[in-house]
Design a protein around this ligand. Structure first.
Ligand SMILES: NC(=O)CC[C@H](N)C(=O)O
Length: 360
């Protein structure tokens, strides 16, 4: 029998549950995801750095742990909350159960609490900080510490430290992927389409990126507040002047907009799930997308030589931008999916076409 664990919210609310995964006290920004599957991708997506992730779906872990589904080898999140974890996963690919995996990776979990009630609190009051601990007492000191918690150096802590190459046979393009805490599936989607990939650390200078002679530059997803990455934003501004085709996903989308003079804002509780509707403004078509973000580009702040290409079907926030004075576009959602639908993977083909057009 696992021992009692307590989830303490910044507003003083306490939920009692059971310890699961690693047993060590932890703190982080509480966010919820509505995805019903894809928990391995969620656990290993670096964009969750510093956050405690709550699954609204009540039973997690049914198909076990499968390393080839991971987005990075090691989870970056600070904690994990589920209603119930599956103790007997059943799947021919399964290599183990969730509890053992979380223990191995040192990720604190808590289960057996009312995740519906908890989600309603976050939806009502917005994201807040939380703590997982093993005694029910909440002192002023704990509450003050919780109120003061901020996610810092998120990109610095999740980017790679040295250049890595992922070549393919008979490559048609060379893409430099700027790693801000990248999900591996972005690279896989590019490799699959005949792109040799050079993955560079987030703080690589614009001149160094251009010296690699890329046909295109891919800006990855990543954690934290986009506006905090001032040095990276400045390098991206220089890259927009180079006219090398660029494609940004999620954090990459936000950073490119910031580099071009737009603003970003924090959403009340963000979009995290695998069935977020986005509307393509040019065609009126709606796509179902995978999302994981807490910030968004402020549509009204975009300069004239850029336009909103996609909006979120639920709250109308900006989900994509097309730039007209340099060859670039970006989306807030995840065309690489994993987990989630593949509806928008055509955006990678659009990037290839942009590189083709630019070569001619
Ligand atoms: N998945 C991402 O790239 C997230 C981007 C950013 N950290 C946000 O929360 O909005």
């Amino acid at each position: 029998m696992s021992r009692a664990a307590y989830l303490v919210l910044e507003n003083g609310t306490v939920f009692e549950g059971k310890a699961f995964g690693a047993e060590k006290e932890t703190m982080g920004e509480l966010v919820f995801t509505t995805a019903m599957t894809g928990y391995l991708e969620t656990l290993t997506d670096p964009s969750y750095f510093g956050q405690v992730v709550l699954h609204t779906f009540p039973l997690i872990g049914n198909y076990g742990v499968i390393r080839s589904d991971f987005e990075t080898p090691t989870p970056a999140l600070n904690g994990y909350i589920v209603r119930e974890w599956c103790q007997a996963p059943s799947n021919f690919r399964s290599e183990g159960d969730l509890d053992t995996f979380l223990k191995e990776k040192g990720v604190t979990g808590i289960c057996g609490l009312d995740t519906r009630a908890l989600t309603r609190i976050v939806r009502e009051y917005g994201v807040m900080n939380c703590r997982i601990q093993y005694t029910p007492e909440v002192t002023d000191e704990i509450l003050n510490e919780l109120k003061g918690f901020v996610i810092t150096e998120a990109v610095e802590k999740t980017t790679i430290s040295e250049i890595e190459n992922f070549p393919v046979e008979n490559a048609k393009y060379h893409v430099v992927l700027m790693d801000f805490g990248a999900k591996h599936n972005i690279g896989r989607e590019l490799n699959k389409r005949g792109c040799n990939l050079t993955v560079v650390p987030a703080h690589t200078k614009a001149e160094e990126v251009l010296a690699l002679n890329p046909d295109g530059i891919m800006l990855s997803n990543g954690p934290g507040d986009p506006a905090k990455n001032t040095a990276v934003i400045e390098e991206l501004r220089k890259l927009t002047e180079s006219k090398v085709p660029m494609f940004g996903i999620c954090l990459g989308h936000q950073l490119l907009a910031l580099a071009h003079g737009a603003k970003t804002e924090k959403l009340k509780y963000g979009h995290r799930g695998a069935n977020q509707p986005v509307k393509e403004l040019e065609t009126g078509k709606v796509y179902i997308t995978s999302q994981n973000h807490g910030y968004a580009v402020v549509s009204d702040s975009l300069p004239e030589d850029s336009e909103v290409s996609y909006v979120n079907g639920n709250d109308n926030t900006c989900e994509g931008v097309t730039y007209t004075s340099f060859p670039a576009f970006s989306v807030q959602f995840h065309p690489e999916a994993h987990g989630g639908p593949l509806d928008t993977s055509f955006l990678f083909d659009r990037f290839l076409k942009m590189m083709d057009d630019n070569k001619q």
